[in-house]
Design a protein around this ligand. Structure first.
Ligand code: FDA
Length: 569
C-alpha cells in the first residue's frame, strides 16, 4: 500500500522537531522521517525579510488558532499565532534571541528532572549556535557580547540585523533607565538577564535574512539520504502495537497527506514536536490523557495521564507608543528587563507577601478549573517556586521592547511570569479540527496588576530625561484613556481591551515527576509508553524570562543526545 517505514518518526517539522531530525539523522545507519502539516517557506518573502515581522500573520502559513472566550479578560477570544511550515513558528516569530535566567533552568532539576540544569543546558545553547561577531558598525550601534557565552560552530546563526538602529538612541535610553535603577547588561545570554540590553536575533547578518529552524537545521542537510520530510501531511494519531506489555508501544503514525490516509511506520521511536497546542492534542487523539476527556470522544485509553493539555502558561502583551522627535532607520533589538524590585520599588516586600498569601487560593482555583486533573498540592508547589523566582531570585519580571522606528517610538511589553494557567484539549476525534484553547488570561488580579505596574514604569521611563527629549505626545494608551495617576481599575480596563497573547505557550506536556503531574520524564519519554517522546515547548514545566526559541533549540539538542545514547554504543 505504499506505506513507508523508518526508524524514527518525528511529528512536526518545526523549531524543535528539525533539531531532533538533524541530530538523529547524523546516525547514518538509522532513517528519520518528519511529518509536517506545512510546506517549504524557503522562498517566502514574508519569512525571509528581516524587517517583515507580522507579514505572515493571517496567511496560509499561520495556524491562527482561536482561544475560547477569555472570561477573566473582558470576554473576547484571542488569536494565537503559530507557524505551519517547514521550520514551524521560527519562520514567523520576532527573532529575538534571549535565553533564561540561570536559576529558572536550575529549577527544572530541583523539581525532579535530573540533569536539567543551567550548566548542562548552557553547553547545548552553545552547541546550537553560530554566533556572528558584530562588525564595528554594529558595535557602534550597541551590539555587545561576551564571547564565552556563545557557540561558534552550531547550525543556528545568531547576531544582529545588518541595518541596526542608529547608535545615538542607546545612550539616551540607557541614561533614563539608569535613573530608574536599571543597569546596562552587555550580554543577557549568560544566565543573568536583568538590565537594559541590545540583544541578538536569529538572523543571518551577512545575507540579511531570517535564520529559522529550517534554514539552520534542515536545508543545508536535505540531501541526507536517511532524512525525509513528509510535508503537507497532517498527523492524526499514533498507531499502537497490539500487545499486552505493560507500557504502550508505538509502531507508527497515521497521517492524512497527499496520498490520503496512510500509516508511516516507526521501528524505534515516535517523537512528537507539534508545539504546545499540537502535541497535547496528538497525545489525546492517540489515547494518552485524561480518561474523562477521552471518554467523551470514544477514544480508547492507552495511558491515563490526567494532566495532558493542562498547565498551559502564556503571557499577555500590550503596547505603548509615542510620537518621535527624530526619524529612526534600521531595526532595533533593544529591551529592558527589569526585576520585580525595579517595577514595585519600595512596595516590593508588601507585594511579595500579598502574592505569597494568595498562592493557596491560586492553586485551588486552577485545580478546580481542571476539574481536579491538576492537583492542588502540585500547583501550590509550582506557585511557591514561581513566587521565589520573582521575589527572592529577582529574575526579570517584565520585558519592555523599545522600538524607535520611523517617526514613532513605541514599546511592546509583557509581564513575564503570570500565575494564570489554562488548558488545551481536543474538541473532536478529527485531528484536523482545532482544539479548545483556554489560557485563562488574567485569571488572577495580580496578573492584571502586573500590567498596570509595568505600564506605569514605562511611562516613568519615557518621561525621564534624556529619553523624554526624544518623544512627543503619548499616542497609546494616551492620557485620554489612561490619565496620569490613573487608578488600577482604569489601567486594567485599558489592558483588557487592548492586550494580545504573547505567543509563548509552554507546559502542556510538562517534564515533571509523574506524581507531580508530569507528562514526560527527564528523558522526555511519555509516562506509560516505551517509545514515545515529546520534544518542544510543551515540555517546559515553567515559563521562563527569555524568548522561547533559544531555550527550545538547546532543549532539543540535549534531547537528541539523550535519544542517541540508546542507539550509539
Ligand atoms: P513549532 O510551532 O515551531 O513547531 C510545531 C510544528 O508542528 C509546526 O511546524 C506545525 O505546523 C507542526 N504541526 C502541528 N501539528 C501537526 C500535526 N498534527 N501534523 C503535522 N504537523 C503538525 N520566540 C523567540 O525566541 N523569539 C521571538 O522573537 C519570538 N517571537 C514570536 C512571535 C510570534 C508571532 C510567535 C507566534 C512566536 C514567537 N516566539 C518567539 C515563540 C517561538 O517562536 C515559539 O515558542 C517556538 O517557535 C515554538 O517551537 P516548537 O518547536 O514548540 O513548535
Amino acid at each position: 500500500d505504499g506505506s513507508a517505514s523508518y526508524d524514527f518518526v518525528i511529528v512536526g517539522g518545526g523549531t524543535s522537531g528539525l533539531v531532533v531530525a538533524n541530530r538523529l539523522s547524523e546516525m547514518r545507519d538509522f532513517t528519520v522521517a518528519v511529518i509536517e502539516a506545512g510546506d517549504s517557506v524557503l522562498n517566502n518573502i514574508n519569512v525571509s525579510a528581516v524587517a517583515g515581522y507580522g507579514r505572515a500573520f493571517g496567511t496560509d502559513i499561520d495556524w491562527a488558532y482561536q482561544t475560547e472566550d477569555q472570561t477573566y479578560a473582558g470576554g473576547s477570544k484571542q488569536i494565537i499565532r503559530a507557524g505551519k511550515a517547514i521550520g514551524g513558528t521560527s519562520t514567523i516569530n520576532g527573532m529575538s534571541y534571549t535565553r533564561a535566567q540561570k536559576v529558572q533552568i536550575d529549577t527544572w532539576e530541583r523539581v525532579g528532572n535530573k540533569g536539567w540544569n543551567w550548566n548542562n543546558l548552557f553547553t547545548y545553547y552553545k552547541k546550537s549556535e553560530e554566533f556572528q561577531v558584530p562588525t564595528s558598525e554594529q558595535t557602534s550601534r550597541g551590539a555587545d557580547y561576551y564571547i564565552a557565552y556563545h557557540g561558534e560552530h552550531g547550525p543556528l546563526k545568531v547576531g544582529w540585523p545588518r541595518a541596526m538602529t542608529n547608535g545615538s538612541v542607546l545612550p539616551v535610553v540607557d541614561e533614563a533607565f539608569q535613573q530608574l535603577g536599571l543597569p546596562y547588561n552587555r550580554d543577557c545570554n549568560g544566565g543573568s538577564m536583568v538590565g537594559l540590553t541590545v540583544h541578538p536575533n536569529t538572523v543571518d547578518s551577512e545575507a540579511d535574512v531570517r535564520h529559522d529552524a529550517a534554514r539552520a537545521y534542515y536545508w543545508p542537510y536535505e540531501t541526507r539520504s536517511n532524512l525525509k520530510i513528509i510535508s503537507n501531511s497532517h498527523a492524526n494519531k499514533i498507531i499502537w502495537a497490539n500487545d499486552s506489555s505493560s507500557e504502550a508501544v508505538a509502531i507508527g503514525v497515521e497521517i492524512t497527506g497527499i496520498n490520503g490516509v496512510e500509516t508511516i511506520y516507526a521501528s524505534k521511536e515516535v517523537i512528537i514536536s507539534a508545539g504546545s497546542l499540537g502535541s497535547p492534542m496528538l497525545l489525546e487523539l492517540s489515547g494518552i490523557g485524561n480518561p474523562d476527556i477521552l471518554r467523551r470522544f470514544d477514544i480508547s485509553l492507552q495511558v491515563n495521564i490526567s494532566t495532558v493539555g493542562e498547565n498551559l502558561q502564556d503571557q499577555t502583551n500590550n503596547g505603548f507608543s509615542y510620537d518621535g522627535n527624530e526619524f529612526w532607520l534600521g531595526s532595533p533589538t533593544l529591551s529592558a528587563l527589569p526585576s520585580a524590585g525595579h517595577i514595585f520599588g519600595d512596595n516590593v516586600l508588601a507585594v511579595a507577601s500579598l502574592v505569597n498569601s494568595s498562592l493557596a487560593e491560586y492553586a485551588k482555583q486552577v485545580s478546580a478549573n481542571s476539574h481536579g486533573a491538576v492537583e492542588e498540592a502540585n500547583l501550590l508547589a509550582a506557585f511557591q517556586l514561581q513566587h521565589d523566582l520573582i521575589f527572592k531570585s529577582q529574575v526579570p519580571y517584565a520585558e519592555i521592547v523599545l522600538l524607535p522606528i520611523g517617526h514613532s517610538f513605541s514599546s511592546e511589553y509583557w509581564p513575564l511570569l503570570p500565575f494564570s494557567r489554562g488548558s488545551v484539549h481536543i474538541n473532536s476525534t478529527d485531528g484536523s479540527q482545532p482544539p479548545s484553547i483556554n489560557p485563562n488570561y488574567f485569571m488572577f488580579g495580580q496578573d492584571l496588576k502586573a500590567h498596570a505596574e509595568v505600564g506605569r514604569y514605562i511611562r516613568k521611563a519615557f518621561s525621564t530625561a534624556p529619553l523624554s527629549n526624544l518623544v512627543g505626545e503619548e499616542v497609546a494608551p494616551g492620557q485620554q484613556h489612561v490619565p496620569e495617576n490613573a487608578s488600577d481599575s482604569t489601567w486594567e480596563s485599558w489592558v483588557k481591551s487592548t492586550y494580545r497573547s504573547n505567543f509563548h505557550l509552554v507546559g502542556t506536556a510538562s517534564m515533571l515527576p509523574r506524581d507531580k503531574g508530569g507528562v514526560v520524564n527527564p528523558e522526555l519519554r511519555v509516562y506509560g509508553t516505551q517509545n514515545v517522546r515529546v520534544v518542544d515547548a510543551s515540555v517546559l514545566p515553567f515559563q521562563i524570562s527569555g524568548h522561547l526559541t533559544s531555550t527550545l533549540y538547546a532543549v532539543a539538542e540535549r534531547a537528541s543526545d539523550l535519544i542517541k545514547k540508546g542507539y550509539i554504543f
